[in-house]
Write a protein that binds this ligand. Sequence first.
Ligand code: HAM
Length: 423
Amino acid sequence: MIKAVKGFRDILPQEMPLWRKVEEEARRLFEAFGYSELRIPVLEKTELFKRSLGDTSDIVEKEMYTFRDKGGESVTMRPEATASMARAYLEHALYHSDPVGKYFFFGPMFRHERPQAGRLRQFHQLNVEAFGYVSPSLDTEVISLLDTLYERLGIRHLTTLEINSLGCRECRPRFRESLVEFLERVKDLLCPDCQRRRERNPLRVLDCKEESCQEVLRDAPHISRHLCQDCRQYQKETLAYLDALGVEYLTNPRLVRGLDYYTRTVFELTTTHLGAQNAVAAGGRYDDLLKQIGDKDIPGVGFAVGVERTVLLLEKKGDWTRGTPFHCYLALLGEEAIKEGFKLALALRKKGVRLEMNHQPKSLKAQLRRADKIKAPLAIILGEDELARGTLIVRNMKEGSQEERPLGDLEGLARYIKKEVEF
Ligand code: HAM
């Protein structure tokens, strides 16, 4: 038996209703907020991620699926979508047609992490990115979109929205310097991972989950004290807009994010309901990213929702519906009825009736047992006798009542089914 690759999982039909719920709610809301769909490829040049996510980020250092293709080029299966969406935006000069570009994308991402509950090597994200201008009200709109999505899914109360500002190219270096000084003083107390991070990417130390490190970091300098006047004002206005909208959040001065491209606003939607995996969605502003990729000074802000984790939260809430329901089952008896039945099935399916039909020579009793099994509320019975009379029988499976109807009246039949099963 050949099994799936570790960390790559199948999404089974019984799981799909919750996936569909997340995707359909997201699509509806993203479009309501003015985002258009943009689809990006799975493979990108490795250089794209190295340049944008940062050489010392965990993703670039150890998690990318990178290989040489047959032409010898180093390519990477996208570990996230922001860099690719920015690349697509620049490559097709979408900024020419409209200075503000708002795009969304759903799809799988690939990171070679240690798999566990809620952490996979192929996982799915819903991404939104708004390119084009710097404005606290745009950041607020993006954050409120995330807030609304979880509210609509009925799981916002299981999450906390954490916000921070990481400053800009002016003030962040000053903060970094003071953090490096602090870490130098406490270096012997840090975990081995942080010892390494201290030199390569000191901001990431703040994000360490080790309790011993958290204890030491209690006295670490806060970025909020190092923000320049503009960044301070920007954060103040963003929070004021969020307050005005009634979006609940917590400011967390320790929130740093694992990717290097962020400037100013960063946020995470966290939960305590999924064990070690506490972030269900995350994002922020990245005003220098497009310059690094394509030398265009275009700012951006966005977020990504982790679909697996969101579905796990919906399951926790007990939100579990069964698979696509059938509207009716078509029971056919005899060669001629099967031929005629096929045409009927196709015509009804074209009208949106969810219909299952019999494909094996079985007795009427066996066919009705199958209709029961798939929980079809109606069964249509067509045998030689009905065919000879130019009729068919519609059976209400719950009540056991039957009605004979003309075979030729397709419109009437479709209307009748829709009325009976209310779809
Ligand atoms: P990220 O924090 O790396 O951000 O990922 C966003 C979300 O994807 C996480 O909060 C989590 O729910 C989900 N996720 C990440 N890794 C895994 C995994 N191995 N298994 C399951 N779920 C996972 C980004 O990717 C940024 N591009 C977000 C962004 C968009 N920033 C601005 N625009």
